[in-house]
Design a protein around this ligand. Structure first.
Ligand code: AMP
Length: 399
């Protein structure tokens, strides 16, 4: 079974061809739409060889220009110079990451025109992501044909069984009837990490209480019990919850009311909260955690405040998840910061010492991946898991 995974976002398109039994894609392509104006930067890797191309993007006809680039990339699947990939028949199924599945989609589904209409309708809740996901689906259908099953795997699905007390905001009842509720995101990553922990630990996932910390440019936590997410920090949008690279995370909504009354527009608030806040906003230096750490090491007080706030907010979120779970078997770190920052892991676990959590300091410092870094006498295990969302999508599609 060969599964093509497509992750079509607003600023980039990632695709990979996965074959049975292999966690690494046999062929993968990355298109960056925004790095250079008027150009799509394409990088294609197949069996160790890398090819880079710069293709023109006509700004006056962007949808068509992007469609041509995606079609070109997908065709390279069977035009690439090797014996393993040699024809369109190489793809048995296509798995598409879809960010927002609303309240109806709890599992991956085969894409039909009704599913596409739902994804389109849900664009009002995910205006940046769902239209890009849908564009990827439609172009892949055109290039690869509709006979191959195309499957949507939703980032919200893992959180779709959260209990009502976690899923709803304390807002007027009729608002929730209009879809204003907590959906949660990063679900593919949280679910993958939970399953990987159970596999590494040789335990039944249904018996474990886990907190998964997805700490990348976007950050979220999930509280996992009986194999399901029962609470998460992201909400109606991926802006809620933890402090992130450029996103504020939760703020007092009264601030927004105040700023609106002061004459700020919705677009200005959107840009400030999504693009100019978080690590970047507080440090004034970088949205990239490494950049903020470097500035802190050089004595920059704002960078230090940003790191301290990041950890404070993270600890506050973990505390909330902990109470919902009523105990904890393992704390799990993943994504760029979670996988690579020994400092963040150490500072979080330090705060949890009173619970009997003990890190193995050497293991924590040794670039662990898919490993338990707690000391043997820790009451709670601590795992670092390399998240593999595209591989998880391939598995969700039956690999
Ligand atoms: P992601 O969105 O998962 O690619 O994660 C991106 C974030 O991970 C950025 O803030 C990076 O600075 C951060 N990151 C990557 N490597 C490291 C590292 N070695 N130490 C600290 N943060 C890192």
């Amino acid at each position: 079974m060969n599964i093509l995974v497509m992750n079509a976002g607003s600023s980039s398109l990632k695709c990979g061809l996965y074959v049975s039994g292999e966690a690494r894609p046999l062929w993968q392509a990355l298109v960056d739409w925004t790095h250079r104006a008027g150009v799509a930067e394409v990088k294609i890797e197949a069996l160790g060889a890398v090819r880079r191309e710069a293709l023109p993007l006509d700004a006056n006809d962007l949808p068509q220009a992007r469609a041509r680039v995606i079609a070109h990339v997908l065709r390279s699947l069977w035009h690439c110079d090797n014996k393993v990939i040699d024809g369109p028949h190489v793809v048995d199924r296509v798995g598409h990451r879809v960010v927002h599945g609303g309240q109806s989609y709890h599992h991956p589904v085969r894409i039909t025109s009704a599913v596409k209409a739902d994804i389109q309708q849900l664009a009002s809740l995910a205006p940046v992501h769902n239209p890009a996901n849908l564009e990827g689906i439609e172009i892949a259908e055109q290039v690869l044909g509709g006979d191959i099953p195309h499957i949507a795997v939703f980032d919200t699905a893992f959180h779709s069984q959260m209990p009502p007390e976690a899923a709803f905001y304390a807002l007027p009842r009729e608002w929730s009837a209009h879809g204003i509720r907590r959906y949660g995101f990063h679900g593919i990553s949280h679910q993958y990490c939970a399953q990987r922990v159970a596999q590494l630990w040789q335990r039944n996932l249904a018996d474990l209480r886990l907190i998964t910390c997805h700490l990348g440019n976007g950050c979220s936590l999930a509280a996992i019990r009986d194999g399901h997410s029962i609470d998460t920090t992201m909400g109606f949008t991926p802006l809620d919850g933890l402090m992130m690279g450029t996103r504020s995370g939760s703020v007092d909504p009264g601030i927004l009311i105040h700023l609106l009354r002061e004459g700020h527009t919705a677009e200005q608030l959107d840009r400030a909260l999504n693009k100019q806040s978080g690590l970047l906003g507080v440090s004034g230096v970088a949205s990239d955690f490494r950049g903020v750490l470097a500035a802190m090491a050089a004595g920059d007080a704002n960078a230090k405040l940003a790191v301290d706030m990041f950890i404070h907010r993270l600890n506050a979120g973990i505390g909330a998840m902990l109470m919902g779970l009523g105990g904890l078997d393992a704390l799990v770190f993943t994504a760029g910061i979670g996988e690579n920052s020994a400092l963040v892991r150490a500072q979080v676990c330090e705060q949890m010492t009173f619970l009997g959590i003990k890190l193995n300091a050497t293991a924590n410092q040794s670039n662990p991946l898919d490993a338990d870094i707690a000391s043997p006498d820790s009451t709670v295990r601590v795992f670092v898991i390399h998240t593999q969302e595209d591989w998880a999508i391939a598995q969700a599609c039956g690999l």
